[in-house]
Design a binder for this molecule. Structure first.
Ligand SMILES: Cc1cc2nc3c(=O)[nH]c(=O)nc-3n(C[C@H](O)[C@H](O)[C@H](O)COP(=O)(O)O)c2cc1C
Length: 56
């Protein structure tokens, strides 16, 4: 996720030809990781039940 795209949306508006009535809240990137050390960092994850509550 990239919240920064919501703060600096001009390139996204230009690339996708979005009208001014369209807002950018955030971006999500997809792709293949380069083989560099920065991409080898791994973070620990909390269990889903410890971080999310579902209500019906
Ligand atoms: C709501 C949200 C907004 C984020 N915005 C940015 C951002 O603008 N720039 C950035 O470098 N990382 C941002 N991050 C962090 C990355 O998406 C990502 O979580 C981080 O690089 C750690 O990677 P991992 O979650 O796969 O461990 C954001 C994460 C969240 C949850």
């Amino acid at each position: 996720m990239q919240g920064a795209l919501g703060q600096f949306p001009e390139p996204i508006h230009r690339l996708f030809n979005l009208g001014e009535e369209r807002g950018v809240l955030f971006g999500m990137s997809f792709g293949y990781a380069d083989d560099v050390d920065a991409n080898k960092a791994r973070t620990v994850r909390a269990e889903l039940d410890d971080s999310v509550s579902f209500y019906e």
